[in-house]
Ligand binder design. Structure first.
Ligand code: GLU
Length: 309
């Protein structure tokens, strides 16, 4: 077992926290700019219920792009993989998460993968529901089931802040709509997507979700198969190939853990068959990944030989 005690884990956190000063909190969504760049916390959740944690693990953050793995799982469970991948591709991209460039140069226009914004917007629009409210309720319920916590909700302030400033995402939607990749009212979809990204939790809850992916879709708390094994496999594969933005290749080589990050500073990791990881460190590197969070994972992966490769 890796890190038996909180004290052991805290020593890694102290080392990694020193890197936070080289990063910057995201402020293109203004409400995210309020985060404390020195925060760094981690929880490691084992399927047998044992949890090791360090840092201010009760501190809440919004999922942002980490939610893209969850919406993908739900959309595939709703429609089947074949249908979902008619609308979104499976290939990594060397471009930033919100880039429009490849949409224009790829014929036919199809987002390269579900982890970039264009792909995630298509995926979110595919979540089943008679109304936007129902789609969001289903997604939120699913998150609560994965994290074993019915109290999880979204942060209205962050959702409103993103909605007001999401013009680049609107542009992606209009482009995709013109090319028949979606048929949704763009304002409504941006509102739904902003709420999805604003779903709020702490490291302990994020690690619980990571454990479900690590255990092939089984929630160890309830022993229920909450995600079909094959869907969990697809999600984990995307976490490896596209989960850390356009730094995914380097991350696979240096760290080698399926993981997904978000611009509020979260990283959800899933070490196959072993445990889930939840990290929060809001100071980001230039690619949008938590700078101290990455360092922390690198230290742990090297020390405990966690790479799956
Ligand atoms: N809500 C953010 C956006 O769409 C998510 C980005 C991210 O975490 O990568 O810009």
């Amino acid at each position: 077992m890796l890190c038996e005690t909180n004290k052991e884990l805290a020593a890694f956190v102290t080392k990694a926290r020193a890197y936070a000063k080289d990063g910057k909190v995201a402020d293109y969504i203004p409400a995210l700019g309020k985060a404390d760049p020195n925060d760094l916390s981690i929880a490691i959740q084992y399927p047998n219920g044992h949890c090791v944690s360090a840092g201010d693990v009760k501190k809440k953050f919004t999922l942002q792009s980490t939610s893209k793995v969850i919406s993908l799982a739900l959309a595939i469970m709703d429609w089947g993989a074949e249908t979902v991948f008619e609308y979104v591709g499976m290939e990594p991209t060397g471009d930033p998460f919100n880039s429009i460039a490849k949409l224009e140069s790829n014929v036919p226009a199809k987002p390269l993968n579900p982890m970039i914004n264009a792909g995630a917007l298509v995926v979110t629009h595919m979540i089943k529901g008679r109304s936007m409210e129902q789609k969001f309720e289903r997604l939120l319920e699913f998150v609560r089931e994965l994290a074993n916590d019915q109290s999880i909700n979204y942060c209205q302030e962050v959702a409103d802040s993103e909605y007001r400033t999401a013009d680049l995402n609107r542009a992606l939607c209009y482009f995709l709509k013109q090319h028949n990749r979606m048929n949704e009212n763009v304002e409504q979809l941006i509102s739904l997507y902003s709420k999805q990204c604003a779903i709020e939790m702490n490291c302990l809850q994020l690690a619980q979700m990571g454990t479900v992916f690590a255990m092939d879709g089984i929630n160890p708390v309830t022993s229920k198969q909450v995600i079909p094994k094959d869907v969990a496999r697809i999600c984990k594969t995307f976490m490896v190939t596209c989960g850390m933005y356009n730094a995914s290749g380097e991350f696979a080589i240096k760290i080698g853990i399926p993981a997904k990050s978000g611009v509020a500073g979260s990283i959800m990791g899933a070490v196959p068959g072993r445990f889930g990881i939840g990290i929060f460190g809001p100071a980001l590197d230039e690619k949008g990944n938590s700078i101290a969070g990455l360092k922390l994972l690198e230290l742990l992966s090297n020390h405990y030989k966690l790479s799956m490769f």
